[in-house]
Design a protein. Sequence first.
Length: 152
Amino acid sequence: MDFEELYQQVILDHSRRPRNFGELPDADVNIEADNPMCGDEIALHLKFGADDKIEGVTFTGSGCSICVASASMMTQKLKKKSREESSALMHTFHDMLTAEQETEPPAVLGDLALLKGVRKFPLRVKCATLAWHALEQALQTKQGAAASDPGI
């Protein structure tokens, strides 16, 4: 199986059956983000444990297959990560899609590396990073707060 085939299978699987999709009633932080250019809307819900690591993470909303797949894959990677680890992962993912020079994605990204092909389509980069922008805002928000991002 070649890379393009694997990319399509993973994206379609996560967009059709997103992981960690739904409300998180006891969330400490809820962030809404949208991409007015294409209509993607994501709400990210985070619950932090006593050690300030992500205990629970879900998302709700709707968007294109790249947006939903990226959010689904992101939530899988974030569980049990500290704010610092989550922020570092977010920056690594963002750099993979936006760095001037394309490089081999770091192993820490795991399956998220399959989204590297999105970098060829600048308008789709915004779809792939929408949930990550919500994460960035969530990590900067104090517990028990709700925030809304006017868009990217």
